[in-house]
Design a protein around this ligand. Structure first.
Ligand code: COA
Length: 190
């Protein structure tokens, strides 16, 4: 995938740029991290693992991470939000089988860019990536406490609990100890 292939016009005033971590300026990396912090700090702080700033920075900068960054068409500095993902081999409930997944690590928009279909559009691009590369599925992790995010993925985008998600593979009693679920959607790679 070259950067050129992933510049999408979505509305007259917005475009999506594709970046590897290597392509991103330090300023862009800092912006992405600060947006995650602003949007998610409270939720992480209340989670079992807490908010670990260094760990999150490290995760966001691994060379395999890819970014789809939404910005105003007229101004490259006017950033609206981003989706980050990796192509991964994930466990399945069958010890002998690994699934190939386009795994969404972050989907984060600034407040003024929400509820206009941008989140859905970014996820649709990830689905196109998954289909193009003949992945088995699109996956992501979501905090149970993120009720809005949960509804967005399940009710709006049609994601369901993955077979390895605590709520799908553990008893209700054991699943309750986990504060997240793993959601997935099959790719259309027939
Ligand atoms: C979750 C998020 C990415 C959704 O993107 P978006 O562009 O706002 O979503 P869309 O416009 O495509 O779809 C909006 C619909 O999804 C659902 N939805 C999205 N966010 C919601 C929320 N916080 N509460 C309730 N419903 C929500 C609703 O059905 C909503 O419809 P409405 O706008 O008519 O109420 C965005 O709100 C966001 O960045 N939130 C903060 C960060 C976050 O929680 N990210 C997900 C982490 S896993």
């Amino acid at each position: 995938m070259s950067k050129k292939d992933f510049i999408f016009p979505i509305r007259n005033d917005l475009v999506i740029d594709y970046y590897t971590v290597e392509d991103m300026s330090e300023q862009l990396k800092v912006w992405a991290f600060e947006l995650v912090k602003t949007n998610m700090h409270d939720m992480y702080s209340k989670s079992n693992d807490g908010w670990d700033e260094e760990q999150k920075k490290k995760e966001m900068r691994v060379p395999e991470m890819r970014y789809l960054i939404a910005r105003a068409a007229s101004d490259p500095q006017d950033l609206k939000g981003f989706l980050s993902f990796q192509i991964l081999h994930e466990e399945t409930m069958d010890d002998d089988i690994m699934a190939q997944a386009a795994y969404c690590f972050e989907l984060q928009l600034i407040p003024s860019a929400r509820s206009q279909g941008l989140g859905e559009f970014l996820m649709q691009i990830l689905e196109r990536v998954g289909n193009y590369w003949k992945m088995d599925k699109i996956m992501l992790t979501v905090f149970k406490a993120n009720k809005g995010g949960f509804r967005f993925y399940t009710e709006k985008l049609g994601f369901t609990l993955d077979e390895i998600s605590p709520g799908a593979c553990l008893s209700a009693l054991r699943a309750r100890r986990f504060d997240y679920e793993i959601l997935s959607k099959l790719c259309n790679n027939n």
